[in-house]
Design a protein around this ligand. Structure first.
Ligand SMILES: CC(C)(COP(=O)([O-])OP(=O)([O-])OC[C@H]1O[C@@H](n2cnc3c(N)ncnc32)[C@H](O)[C@@H]1OP(=O)([O-])[O-])[C@@H](O)C(=O)NCCC(=O)NCCSC(=O)C[C@@](C)(O)CC(=O)[O-]
Length: 296
């Protein structure tokens, strides 16, 4: 039987959060609609963070509300605190993602809190989410290096991942925020976390800053991970990680996985069209090599 890998499409959130020019809400919605048509089952729609920190996501409620009837899909949104959760609930959201890091230096710049302060912030968020029947995903950033602190101890990646899992996050996404990792290091990191958190509850999230992301995905898939975050057309970059480029392009991941015999449920041709649509709309270079080679 063909094995399935679930792609978590982060383009509409991670991919667009750093765009300097405000992307029209209608464009974001059209992109998400096209991603759904391409067969995505899991799409991170937006983030309910402070609009002062990330103005591009100020229209989170409008985007999320548009998809509130799509109970057949998993449509998580990023939430940093209880205020974000309240806003998400008002928009009919059924899945959220909380986020912290394995480096205090990064986490302070990203959320104005140390790692432990952010974990404490999540306690009431997780309690409220649980009582409202929401699923909660957890992110750990800087798992292979930090733009401010440099080396990140593996023990800290393991500790934070374990804490999020124990708190009730059903899945932990391990983020190489600045795309600094290489395949063996990425696989070693995954294995170390998998010693403490079930591999089935882990996802990988690679940025392609140094062109290593697809190789890192491959190394981790070979090591058994079955959930991969990716961004259509390789959109993205973290506003609090200078020089961070987009995530690995979804088109390239899907092409590689299909070639390896995995099923993703995604129609590559439609996905390429969605990537071309958004690149045209925001006048951005397409970061997917598969898309560039795809017949027009
Ligand atoms: C966490 C905070 C809010 C702390 O920010 P703070 O300034 O310490 O928060 P505060 O509680 O002091 O509130 C300050 C103001 O923000 C408002 N506020 C507070 N919270 C909210 C909210 N949820 N929604 C709307 N408004 C909010 C609050 O009401 C107040 O407004 P004022 O009284 O000044 O008018 C802020 O630092 C923040 O929003 N950070 C988010 C940064 C971000 O979104 N980064 C990118 C996402 S993470 C990422 O990309 C990495 C990832 C996940 O992809 C994985 C990887 O690649 O590594």
């Amino acid at each position: 039987m063909t094995e399935t890998i679930r792609i978590v499409e982060v383009g509409p959130r991670d991919g667009l959060q750093n765009e300097a020019t405000q992307v029209a809400t209608a464009t974001k919605i059209a992109l998400i609609e096209q991603l759904i048509e391409a067969g995505h089952s899991t799409i991170e729609l937006t983030s309910f963070v402070s609009p002062k920190w990330v103005p591009q996501m100020a229209d989170a409620a409008d985007v999320a509300t548009r998809f509130r009837e799509r109970t057949d899909l998993r449509l998580p949104v990023l939430v940093p605190n209880l205020q974000g959760l309240e806003r998400a609930l008002e928009s009919g959201v059924r899945e959220i993602a909380v986020f912290t890091a394995a480096s205090d230096a990064f986490n302070r710049r990203n959320t104005n809190a140390t790692i432990d302060e952010s974990l404490n912030r999540f306690v009431p968020v997780l309690e409220r989410a649980k009582s409202d029947g929401l699923r909660v995903r957890g992110y750990v950033s800087t798992v292979l290096g930090c733009p401010y602190q440099g080396e990140v101890p593996l023990a800290e990646v393991v500790r934070v991942s374990k804490a999020l899992h124990r708190m009730g996050c059903y899945e932990i996404s391990l983020g190489d925020t600045i795309g600094i990792g290489t395949p063996r290091k990425a696989r070693g990191m995954l294995r170390a976390v998998a010693d403490e958190v079930p591999l089935s509850a882990l996802a990988v999230h690679f940025h392609d800053t140094r062109g290593q992301a697809l190789a890192n995905v491959f190394a981790c898939v070979e090591a058994g991970v079955r959930v991969v975050d990716a961004s259509v057309a390789g959109l993205g970059g973290c506003p609090y990680a200078q020089g961070a480029s987009g995530n690995v392009a979804t088109e390239d991941v899907v092409y590689a996985l299909h070639g390896m015999g995995f099923n993703t449920g995604i129609d590559l041709s439609r996905l390429v069209a969605a990537g071309r649509f958004i690149c045209h709309a925001i006048e951005r270079r397409n970061g997917s090599k598969v898309a560039l080679a795809w017949p027009s």
